[in-house]
Design a protein around this ligand. Structure first.
Ligand SMILES: [Zn+2]
Length: 165
């Protein structure tokens, strides 16, 4: 069976010749970007980034979970990032999904429920503001003064900043 991953592994091997050379482990722009795993978000292209310039942290929804905070703390304390971008997006799988129904389906399939929430949200801008608030309230992060939230519009490529009212 020819799996998609076989093609990806072959592509990686073919691209080794184009490797740009090693980069420093500390991101040169000292920025961490938190965003969704959505396959339409090309974070490097959106921000004009190159390898070695920023940390890019992703999960479903781009949510500021405990594990995301763990990564941000390490990003700042060990690897010298100083600013944070939180980027949600339109047409997200977590937006307006029915979490109760999803959990019931999982329980029906397996007889048990996960210990985590999926973090479904109803309002995109509110979700971004909540993400900013969670970062700003996390005492283990030494640099919380430069935190900005955005919505990336996957339909047209527009990046919109979400500002506090
Ligand atoms: Zn998403």
């Amino acid at each position: 069976m020819n799996r998609a991953t076989d093609g990806l592994v072959a592509a990686a091997a073919a691209r080794e010749a184009d490797f740009e050379g090693p980069r420093a482990v500390v991101p040169s722009k000292h920025v961490a970007i938190v965003t969704c795993m959505d396959s339409r978000i090309d974070t490097f292209r959106i921000f004009g980034l190159q390898s070695g310039e920023a940390h890019i942290l992703r999960n479903s929804g781009g949510l500021v979970t405990e594990d995301m905070l763990r990564s941000l703390v390490l990003s700042q304390r060990l690897l010298q990032t100083r600013e944070i971008i939180l980027m949600h997006h339109t047409d997200c799988g977590l937006h307006r999904t029915d979490e109760v129904k999803l959990l019931a389906q999982i329980h029906g399939d397996t007889g048990s429920s996960p210990a985590y929430n999926f973090g479904v949200f109803q309002n995109l801008d509110v979700a971004v503001l909540e993400a900013i608030a969670r970062v700003r309230a996390h005492p283990f992060l030494p640099h919380r003064e430069h935190v900005r939230g955005f919505v990336y519009q996957v339909e047209c490529g527009h990046l919109r900043e979400v500002l506090l009212a």
